[in-house]
Ligand binder design. Structure first.
Ligand SMILES: Cc1ncc(COP(=O)(O)O)c(C=O)c1O
Length: 390
């Protein structure tokens, strides 16, 4: 038979899913996949139940229902300080991933160059690959995953069209500072570049780190697409609701693509999630306090069993190095082996570091742990790690 489309050649099942299968087989605890097992807030669930009962079952506007777009607009102005003019600059999509797909199809063409900071979020790399762009990787370095701006400037060529910034970052937890974003913006203006910013973890911050949206900086909004969503903040990854905020004409083209790809986000669930905006502000504070305690438990456990740990500034992952263990123990030669060792000996799943690097060798000694778990589950996972390796 004729071959399948070449654009699928490089796609394989993500390591995350394979490790998930392995840990399920031993009924272990999955600290690999970036899913949160906490419940979705009641007002959101009740809102969706009412919308289903009221037969909100037909296609909505391709960019989302008006009350939801208005609420997102207000949040974007108040929390992100982005100067969005009206709700035509807001597009609801099928997760922030749906909005990312629309943004790269709207902006990029085969042969364009795009800057991606690594370690990166795999979906960004793979989706950029699908549109046929050349990705230029700029590495960020522990302990604070800082940016080498000289290397960045050198990587920019006349073909460079856009950068992808994830803050707070998955997998490193890096939160881009205002000063870093200001430096980035100078380069964007000088070289006429767009930015796509993935801010899905914008409410998960530690140690006083501030979330700054690139689009809130003076004159940045016109060349920035801001992505966020509900999956992580409200524990609803499976509902598939996210959004983009950008100025015309970018958002108009993205809307046409969103319509073409998905028609609209799930109608009754849009009504449900609109209820999130009526929840008390204390929701975010309580969430942050809870994640901070989980971060402490996770990081202290990893330090205790011999990992090098750079405590995340935001989000709910820690990318830790087992290089010290590799020198003293068997089963830790490289990331895939170390990940298997953790499943077999401690019943804990993680993601091998090579998933986050263009050159797998650079991820050789890293594992990513996701601590978005109910506290008793996380405690059990940490006890199992200490029992096996402490
Ligand atoms: C950086 C980042 N962006 C986007 C997503 C997916 O978001 P959504 O569920 O809104 O599509 C994830 C999920 O792990 C993520 O880590």
């Amino acid at each position: 038979m004729k071959p399948l489309a070449r654009r699928t050649d490089a796609l394989t099942q993500s390591d995350i899913r394979a490790i998930t299968k392995m840990v399920n087989a031993v009924q272990g605890i999955n600290l690999g996949q970036g899913i949160c097992d906490l419940p979705t807030p009641e007002p959101i669930k009740i809102g969706a139940q009412h919308a289903i009962a009221d037969n909100h079952s037909i296609y909505t506007n391709y960019a989302g229902i008006e009350p939801l777009r208005t609420a997102i607009l207000e949040k974007t102005r108040a929390y992100n300080h982005i100067p969005a003019a009206n709700d035509a600059e807001v597009m609801v999509s099928v997760g922030s991933t749906g909005a990312f797909v629309a943004s790269i199809f709207a902006l990029l063409e085969p042969g364009d160059e795009v800057i991606l900071f690594e370690p990166f979020y795999g979906y960004h790399r793979n989706l950029l690959g699908l549109v046929g762009v050349d990705i230029k990787y700029i590495s960020t370095q522990p302990p604070d995953w800082s940016i080498d701006f000289d290397a960045l400037e050198q990587a920019i060529t006349p073909k460079t069209k856009a950068l992808v910034v994830t803050t707070p970052n998955n997998p490193t937890g890096k939160v881009w500072s205002r000063a870093e974003l200001e430096r980035l913006l100078v380069l964007m203006q000088h070289h006429d570049l767009y930015a796509i910013t993935d801010e899905i973890y914008e409410y998960m911050l530690y140690d006083g780190h501030e979330h700054v949206s690139l689009a809130s900086l003076p004159d940045a909004y016109a060349r920035t697409i801001t992505l966020s969503g509900f999956s992580k903040t409200y524990n609803m990854t499976g509902w598939r609701l996210g959004y983009a905020v950008a100025r015309s004409p970018i958002i108009d083209k993205m809307g046409l693509l969103n319509d073409l790809f998905y028609i609209c986000a799930p109608a009754p669930l849009q009504y449900g999630v609109a209820e999130a905006f009526a929840m008390a502000e204390t929701y975010f504070e309580e969430m942050m306090v809870a994640y901070d305690a989980k971060r402490t438990l996770m990081c202290e456990t990893l330090e205790r069993i011999g990992f090098d740990v750079w405590w995340p500034q935001g989000a709910y992952y820690v990318l830790a190095s087992f290089e010290p263990l590799a020198r003293t123990r068997s089963g830790f030669d490289e990331a895939a082996m170390a990940s298997r060792t953790l499943v077999q000996e401690a019943g804990v799943a993680t993601v091998p570091g090579h998933s986050f690097f263009s050159d797998p060798e650079r991820g050789r000694y890293f594992l990513r742990f996701c601590y978005a778990k109910e506290m008793p589950v996380l405690e059990k996972a940490c006890q199992q790690l200490i029992a096996a390796f402490g």
